[in-house]
Design a protein around this ligand. Structure first.
Ligand SMILES: C[S@@+](CC[C@H](N)C(=O)[O-])C[C@H]1O[C@@H](n2cnc3c(N)ncnc32)[C@H](O)[C@@H]1O
Length: 337
């Protein structure tokens, strides 16, 4: 028999649901402040009246949104106006602003889609494939955010990689290149790098062609409508990104054998996974998202085991980073193969 002693009664359940509703509204207030330009104006100390004048948003609404931001700890307010916290200013200005907006938009559109599917009875666990260009673009920008921590924190620890990526022969394989944002971002970081992006779904593939052309990188980024498990390249790449969080375990296993062959000896594969163990809300949500993305309960240790089984060496699941949902797993094609 299940022991339900201590299980919450209706009042506590209602209270918990109220807290969830509150979080959703706080998320909406932050998204509004970012999308409507309130955060741009609030990056320097300003009154709600000044922000209202500059944005055209009613002063009461500005006040209401700033009130929520203060409650979230993202700023302070006194009689002279609102002062955003340095952390909020850093992640909501310059280039970071676009990435934060994409992050929030991607969560908003995907969660709305999930609930929408319930009301239309169109629920299938068929992996990550959305037709909405706004969502694809937001997810693409979200994935491109990884490039900075890769370059600054991860690559210096992957033997030989920083040097190889600067050589004239440098090549990167972007598996599941989507709308091409990650490929574009990494090209900007490494001027000699050439990229092959493989993407089997037509809508993101078409958007990627346009984005790559607009970025003026058509001569450095080659896009192919291909699946990783069908890859036939050999000894071409110094680095491959394989987001196994979007793949069933058997596809990831077959794909990683192909990726090993496609890498140059000593080249590195980076994998991304989402699911983690734990009884708290965040791990539980990550497991749900992992399921919806098509990778079931693929834990970082499983991804590492698949890499090892595919013949990779120096396999390591990196520790979680604060503020980052996914986990990264690395492995190297043996140098002497
Ligand atoms: C979230 S998107 C990647 C976003 C991308 N980094 C960008 O900049 O737009 C993940 C992609 O993996 C692709 N994908 C899923 N299964 C795949 C497979 N077996 N081989 C190659 N790509 C796959 C999906 O079609 C999807 O576009």
């Amino acid at each position: 028999m299940v022991n339900l002693d201590g299980a919450p009664g209706p009042q506590e359940v209602r209270q918990r649901i109220l807290e969830l509703n509150t979080s959703v509204w706080a998320f909406a207030a932050l998204s509004f402040a970012l999308e409507a330009g309130v955060l741009d104006e609030a990056s320097k100390p300003s009154t709600a009246g000044q922000i209202s004048q500059r944005t055209g948003i009613p002063e009461d609404l500005v006040n209401g949104v700033l009130d929520v931001l203060v409650a979230l700890g993202f700023g302070t307010a006194d009689e002279h106006g609102f002062v955003a916290s340095p952390g909020l200013v850093t992640i909501s200005s310059g280039r970071a602003k676009k990435l934060l907006a994409a992050d929030l938009r991607s969560t908003r559109l995907q969660t709305a889609d999930l609930v929408e599917r319930a009301t239309h009875g169109t629920i299938a666990l068929d992996g990550w494939s959305y037709p909405d260009p706004k969502l694809l673009e937001a997810q693409g920008l979200h994935s491109a955010q990884m490039v900075v921590p890769w370059v600054e924190l991860l690559f210096p620890h992957l033997e030989g990689l920083p040097e190889r990526l600067r050589e004239p022969t440098a090549r990167f394989l972007d598996v599941g290149s989507g709308v091409g944002r990650l490929s574009i971002e990494i090209c900007r970081r490494f001027p000699n790098l050439r990229v092959v992006g493989i993407e089997p779904f037509e809508i993101p593939f078409t958007l990627a062609r346009r984005n790559v052309a607009e970025a003026g990188l058509g001569d450095r980024i080659e896009l192919r409508p291909e699946r990783v498990q069908d890859l036939t390249d050999e000894r071409c790449y110094d680095l491959a990104w394989v987001p196994v969080l979007f793949m069933a375990a058997d596809v990831a296993a077959r794909g990683l054998h192909r990726v090993r062959t496609a890498l140059r000896p000593g080249g590195w594969a980076l994998l991304g996974s989402l699911a983690v163990e734990g009884a708290e809300i965040q791990p539980a949500v990550l497991r749900l998202v992992s399921l919806l993305y098509g990778s079931g309960r693929l834990l970082p240790e499983h991804a590492a085991a698949i890499l090892t089984a595919a013949g990779f060496e120096n396999v390591l699941a990196l520790p979680a980073m604060p503020g980052v949902a996914g986990r990264t797993i690395v492995g190297r094609r043996p140098v002497d193969e």
